[in-house]
Design a protein around this ligand. Structure first.
Ligand code: KG4
Ligand code: ZN
Length: 373
């Protein structure tokens, strides 16, 4: 079964084809430069850019894979959470394609797709503990099956990626700055006393990163020489970092505070709610070297497999949407043309329908597959 995936939930326009659970190819147009001018994503510009980029991306993907529209058997699109205007562009295109091609339409939960994406690279054993760390979300899930996610904890304010991006802006690094902080930290030893590890003094699995952001802001206020005095690109930044090793220490320490906070809550979830057979870490911040290293170290003592998608699958992409859409369609789940886009902050309910006379659909037990309310 060949599934086309469409991702337009934020500032990446992406299309991908997945056949029988394997990625065929993907195309991505990043709006990073467009929004960098404003220090954050401008929703109106994002939707307009998705609208203009999608047709060319589709043409490019079909040409590269020597596929025709008629070969597509399922159309999947991110239906939320995300920027409403942006989601509407991708979902609208998916509806048009599904209608004209007369194939099933599957709206995909962007967050679940992040966590399931690694399934394209390796088998995932369930139940899995899922840590999703992106620019908009920091969440812990118990994942009983690809279709049954239980939310265990979430951030009460800023997401981990948001804290990194805001800290990067304070250093005058380009937006989104998580990957620059990561790069600047490479080779430096963190100082664990520099920044707090926030919201650990409790028994829950929630997160709060706004205090860390404030602490970082105060620190930069006291050490203004750390601000980079020019608009950095990768090459210039390398030179500057070599001449200013203290910047590396600060970035490594910030990375450590965030990664160690995440690690502590992961350990708590493992101890409180197990047994789990695997730990999946996904979302843009899962590309962070410090977090990957700490989680690798942590899972060594536990009888569970650490699943870290390759960095290209951590940040927003359409392969994860096509793959999750394929999983759902294979199991017989789909949407009709009334499926709605869901903005960030609103719950996404399980509103899939069964394909009525699809003999190939595998039976799915509602008890295990239906997400709890
Ligand atoms: O999942 P994603 O691409 O988009 C959202 O759904 O938010 O995540 C984007 C976030 C941004 O905050 C970005 O700075 C962060 O992921 N990020 C990183 C790294 N690469 C991307 N953060 C830390 N280290 C990285 N290597
Ligand atoms: Zn994302």
């Amino acid at each position: 079964m060949l599934c086309l995936g469409i991702e337009t939930s934020c500032d990446e326009t992406a299309l991908a084809l997945v056949r029988d659970g394997r990625l065929v190819d993907q195309c991505l147009h990043s709006q990073e430069k467009l929004h960098a001018l404003f220090g954050g994503v401008v929703p109106e510009l994002a939707s307009r850019s998705h609208l203009t980029a999608l047709p060319a991306l589709l043409e490019c993907l079909l040409e590269r894979t020597e596929t025709t529209l008629g070969d597509i058997q399922v159309v999947a699109a991110a239906r939320g959470p995300g920027l409403l205007g942006s989601l509407l562009v991708g979902l609208g295109m998916a509806k048009g394609l599904a209608l004209s091609l007369q194939v099933p339409l599957v709206g995909v939960n962007h967050l679940h797709a992040h966590l399931l994406a690694a399934g394209m690279e390796q088998d995932i054993s369930f139940p899995a503990l899922g840590l999703l760390v992106s620019g908009g979300h920091t969440q812990l899930y118990r994942i009983n099956s690809p279709f049954h996610f239980e939310l265990l904890g979430r951030t009460l304010d800023d997401a981990a990626g948001e804290a990194l991006d805001k800290a990067a802006t304070m250093l005058n690094l380009p937006y989104p700055g998580g990957r620059y902080i990561d790069a600047l930290a490479t080779g430096s030893t963190p100082n664990p006393t520099l920044f707090p590890r926030p919201y650990l003094d409790n028994r829950n699995l929630d997160f709060s990163f706004s205090g860390l952001k404030t602490a970082f802001s105060q620190f930069i206020g006291e050490h203004p020489q750390l601000r980079i005095p020019f608009q950095a690109d990768d090459a210039k930044l390398r030179g500057w970092a070599e001449a200013h090793p203290e910047l590396g220490t600060v970035c490594a320490s910030l990375n450590w505070s965030i990664a160690e906070t995440l690690r502590t809550k992961v350990l708590r979830a493992l101890n409180d709610g197990g047994p789990y057979r695997s730990l999946i870490t996904a979302g843009g911040v899962a590309a962070n070297s410090m977090l990957r290293a700490l989680l690798t170290e942590t899972t060594q003592g536990h009888d569970l497999e650490l699943i870290l998608p390759s960095p290209g699958l951590c940040t927003d992409n359409a392969a994860m949407i096509a793959y999750t859409g394929w999983l759902l369609a294979e199991a017989g789940w789909h949407h009709d043309l009334t499926v709605e886009a869901v903005p960030r902050g609103k719950p996404i309910v399980w509103d899939y329908r069964r394909l009525p006379d699809d003999a190939s659909a595998k039976p799915v037990c509602l008890d295990t597959c239906r997400p709890p309310n």
